[in-house]
Design a protein around this ligand. Structure first.
Ligand code: GLA
Length: 761
């Protein structure tokens, strides 16, 4: 058992392979005792002392009995107005009208495996042996509130998953104003807080800030996990790097408003909390009802950020993502969006499909514009019937034509939205989110459906099921192109309006669950104007997400690097698009765009028929190459080898480099991209990681035909090896690759990227 309870000392020990998490019960209170590198024999002698401090209130039953200040100890689930003035984990208004409560230990249970969370996505065990769970029941002696804290401790990964369930055990109606999923008090503040922040088309850049006294937090109030802040933070111990030092990661499995915060108190204790954002939230709990908070996935790494990421990747690939596609390599996509936008007909689609099929591409995705009267983004969301003026022979002609060309067929939807100019809106003007008296707020000319309503969710289930059953559809891109603003529902009474933002997600999750069950063969991809809902909750229903609307090869470097901090490559959808790039106007080589997009599930999003023969030949080469390396790229262990974030010497180049290694170390893929070219650059030493030091590897590079041609114009006798660090087919030992490293240099500005594979020989 990974979890033990010492009845005499009243101490719980939660052991992951390399960490120990301590919970202690003191005078009925549940205190936190530390989360540290694994301890075999715990005595408790080094526990933080309980000391009475000035200006600290103590509950009467403890007053004068012991040195105990609620304000200065470490808690498991801190309450409000009982002496701890830091951020509480829970605020519930009962009959007394205040948020005061006390949570005392009542009972606990330890068992193998993990229970599902009611109505919410969460990590799961495939067999009971993978994890053990501890439930601690707490009660408030003066109100109807009962709380159960859940801790699932993984046996082979340094992961602890936490959530809580609140229950009303009596007649009073409880008003839940805030209930965190997890709260962890670290005894010091010698950390930086890492967050993944950005904007539309600039998502999830890695930002670090040193902790200082007071509150530091990231949050979303957009009723979506958001482009701006991801529901993820990590505490990175001072001096920790990509490969060294203690790092603690926290990721909320939720797609709505969240808070992820660290409060440093007067004595340097750092309280981390994640949960539903208390902004515009309240939940009325009647007698016998329960409220389940979303799950927080907490990861410990003793070897820096890289190991933390690999733990998240392993967990999310095998214990969060689900379905037939979970462990399968993903098809290479051609998406018509940037090729045609709304301006297509069946001839254009088939012309694109012909070329895509000839290139070896495997999945054709028909994006926005196939339904209602959708020739622009002012109309038709909600009318999920084929646009017969555009596609007179319906979707079946397209699906059959695509399958006849040997490809899978995929379709775009934006189910949670409704255009004011739609039959659905004309029939049901009250089906959108709105606050009754006020005018409605539009985003991208559209309104958001009220997913808190069962009739809306049922309608969508029936309507989408009809389309998905009407012809062979193998893939769905599920978009969400604005954040909700008028978060109110026509069906709920005034006192329950602040439940709408959470009920919206319960409705969405219910719909997705039903569709997953009904269409198990479909590969679902989540999207929200790119990566506006790249969160673990969506990955539970859809194993991949469109990473960003920004497809520029260089912009993608920081976006993909930040995304990889918590999310695996198999979840990260990446496409090669045209130049000049449609978002930033930049021209980069096809080779570089291909190298960068091969960091995730791969595809193209451009008009292949506008390319030269040389470019088409290069794409054919890329497609064949990706098929060979994709298992390693999508399911291997990721090592972020270099990042401009970690440049220290003035002469170091702005280099991004990453490596994926098969679990059995038989293969690896390495990519290095210089984000700009400098004159007379210094060389870089790229030390590889994770290889078998006793094995030899054969190297082969993908330089890209167009790059080779370009270079030959200037250097007619340049051999292929010019583009690789060492000549193709050279055999090098794992030891040398890891301990000496490859010497690479951006010798010209003819591309700025290197990509090669290594195979054990
Ligand atoms: C969003 C998506 C794009 C595309 C458009 C279609 O912006 O991120 O990939 O599907 O919608 O309107």
């Amino acid at each position: 058992m990974a979890i033990t309870f010492d009845d005499e000392k009243k101490i719980f020990l939660l052991h992951t392979p390399h960490s120990t998490y301590v919970i202690r019960i003191f005078e009925g209170r549940v205190l936190h005792g530390g989360w540290v590198k694994r301890i075999k024999n715990y005595s408790g002698a080094c526990a933080m002392p309980l000391i009475d401090r000035a200006f600290a209130a103590v509950p009467e039953d403890l007053h004068g009995k012991c040195d105990f200040s609620p304000d200065t100890v470490q808690w498991e689930y801190p309450v409000a107005l009982r002496g701890d003035t830091r951020s509480p984990a829970i605020e519930v208004i009962g009959n007394g009208g205040t948020v005061e409560c006390e949570l005392l230990y009542e009972a606990h249970r330890i068992y193998k495996g993990k229970k599902a969370l009611v109505g919410l996505p969460a990590t799961y065990t495939n067999t009971d042996d993978e994890a053990d769970t501890l439930e601690i029941d707490l009660y408030d002696p003066n109100s109807a509130l009962k709380v159960t804290l859940f801790y699932t401790v993984w046996n082979t990964l340094d992961v602890i998953c936490r959530h809580s369930v609140l229950k009303n055990s009596a007649k009073d109606v409880l008003d839940v104003r805030s209930a965190m999923s997890a709260s962890v008090d670290f005894p010091h503040a010698r950390f930086s807080m890492l967050q993944l922040s950005g904007a539309h088309a600039r998502e999830r850049h890695v930002i670090m800030r040193e902790l200082v006294p007071g509150m530091q937090k990231v949050e979303s109030r957009r009723t979506a996990s958001s482009h701006q802040q991801n529901p993820f933070i990590a505490l990175v111990e001072q001096g920790a790097t990509e490969t060294h030092g203690d790092v603690f990661g926290f990721n909320l499995v939720y797609s709505g408003n969240f808070t992820a915060q660290t409060e440093v108190d007067q004595y340097g204790v750092s309280r981390v909390q994640l949960g539903i954002n208390p902004f515009n939230f309240s939940w009325k709990l009647a007698e016998g009802e329960s409220f389940t908070t979303p799950e927080t996935v907490m990861v410990y790494s003793q070897n820096g950020l890289g190991e933390m990421s690999r733990i998240y990747h392993d967990l999310y690939r095998s214990n969060l993502c689900r379905g037939e596609w979970r462990d399968k390599v993903r098809p290479i996509v051609i998406n018509n969006w940037e090729a045609t936008y709304f301006n297509f007909n069946s001839e254009k689609l088939f012309a694109l499909a012909d070329t895509a099929a000839a290139e070896g591409i495997e999945l054709f995705v028909l994006d926005d514009g196939w339904f209602g009267k959708r020739n622009n983004d002012w109309t038709s969301l909600g009318d999920w019937d084929v646009f017969t003026e555009k596609l007179p022979n319906g979707l079946s002609e397209i699906s059959e034509g695509i399958h006849a060309r040997g490809m899978l067929f995929g379709l775009w939807f934006e189910p949670e939205m409704i255009s004011p100019d739609s039959n659905l809106y004309r029939a049901h003007p009250d089906w959108c989110l709105h606050c009754t008296e006020r005018s409605r707020t539009l985003g991208r000319h559209q309104l958001v459906l009220d997913m808190s309503r069962k009739d809306v969710v049922d309608y969508l289930f029936e309507k989408l099921s009809a389309v998905l059953s009407s012809c062979k559809i193998d893939y769905v891109k599920w978009d969400f192109n604005r954040s909700p603003s008028d978060v109110g529902s026509a069906l709920l009474p005034v006192e329950k309006q602040q439940e709408v933002s959470h009920r919206f997600y319960l409705g969405l999750y219910d719909l997705l669950e039903r569709l997953n069950k009904k269409f198990p063969h479909i590969l679902f991809e989540s999207c929200s104007g790119g990566g506006g809902r790249f969160d673990p909750a969506m990955l539970y229903y859809m194993p991949q997400t469109w990473t960003s609307d920004n497809t520029d090869g260089l912009s993608r470097l920081a976006i993909q690097e930040g995304t990889s901090i918590a999310y695996p490559a198999s979840a990260m959808s990446c496409h090669v698009s045209a130049v000049p790039n449609h978002q930033v106007g930049r021209v980069t080589s096809l080779s570089l765009r291909g190298h960068v997009a091969m960091a995730g599930t791969f595809g193209y999003e451009l008009d292949l028929n506008k390319l030269s023969d040389l470019e088409k030949a290069e794409i054919k080469e890329q497609v064949a190459w990706y098929k060979d390396i994709r298992h390693t790229a999508e399911f291997g262990d990721l090592y972020r080898l270099r990042s401009p974030r970690s440049c220290t010497a003035f002469s170091e180049s702005p280099l991004f480099a990453w490596e994926s290694v098969e679990k059995d170390k038989s293969k690896a893929v390495v990519t290095a991209v210089w984000s700009f070219s400098e004159a007379n650059e210094s060389y870089d030493i790229l030390k590889l990681e994770g290889l078998d030091e006793n094995a030899n590897y054969k190297i082969k590079s993908l330089a890209g035909l167009s790059i080779k041609m370009l270079v030959r114009q200037f250097f007619p006798s340049a051999p292929d090896s010019e583009f690789c660090v060492v000549a193709d087919d050279t055999v090098i030992s794992g030891e040398e690759l890891m301990n000496i490293g490859l010497c690479i240099i951006n010798r010209t500005n003819y591309g700025g990227s290197l990509h090669f594979k290594l195979e054990r020989v």
